[in-house]
Design a protein around this ligand. Sequence first.
Ligand SMILES: Nc1ncnc2c1ncn2[C@@H]1O[C@H](COP(=O)(O)OP(=O)(O)O)[C@@H](O)[C@H]1O
Ligand SMILES: [Mg+2]
Length: 252
Amino acid sequence: MSDPTPLYEARNVYKNYGSVAAVKDVSLTIHAGEIVGLVGDNGAGKSSLVKVLSGVYQPDAGQLIVDGVERHWKSPHDAMLAGVETLYQDSGLALDLTIGANVFLGREKMKPGILGRLGFLAQKEMDAEAAEDLERTGIAVHASKRTVGQLSGGQRQAVAIGRAVAWAQKVIILDEPTNHLGARQAGEVLAVMRAARERGLGVIFISHTLPHILEICDRIVVLRLGSVVRDAPTSTFTAESLLGTITGLHAE
Ligand SMILES: Nc1ncnc2c1ncn2[C@@H]1O[C@H](COP(=O)(O)OP(=O)(O)O)[C@@H](O)[C@H]1O
Ligand SMILES: [Mg+2]
């Protein structure tokens, strides 16, 4: 079998919080142009795994491999520099900043020359580029002079997703991005994920909305009590078997 090298691979990863084993011996691959659904009940370890993949936490054991090279993230910034972008379940937008400033949060552009060295931001340039980036990802949030705090929940989420998709070079991880969204907005988020897949990114999509998972994912990984209990193409699941695998009430 000549499986191409995954964009990102986790091998035998563990993450404990004190005596709580949140992630146990998890192995996972994400290939270019693939959407992988990560599902499991509350407490199954999805967000903990995301935080290991994105550099928020270091694994207690196991390997993280990007393009065939083992990596050790010291911070989320390291993972971002390597092309791995993450939308956390708690999205981390700054409500008092403009949309543009949020898109560039942590990577602000400075004015050229002495002004920049004095800490002056290239605000206009960032606003314009942010609007362009969001438009390119298919997310229509205009008027980037507004602060994120003035936006609706759905629009805020759109900015958070747009930021991640705009920066992602290899992999984008979306932890419950459609939560609290209406049907139309959730549909837009799914469209953004499809566009990211078409750009050749690898996408990890976490959701409790199983129809969305079945609709959009190429492969589904089911976590239960911190471990992978099934990793298989979406076509091998039905709505019933997926639910049964998540809850453990169904023979896999
Ligand atoms: N910061 C933390 N400190 C201690 N325990 C945690 C922390 N975050 C999560 N946990 C525990 O780890 C397990 C996995 O949680 P989590 O990764 O949030 O699961 P999921 O995202 O699938 O709901 C749960 O038992 C949860 O209570
Ligand atoms: Mg979670």
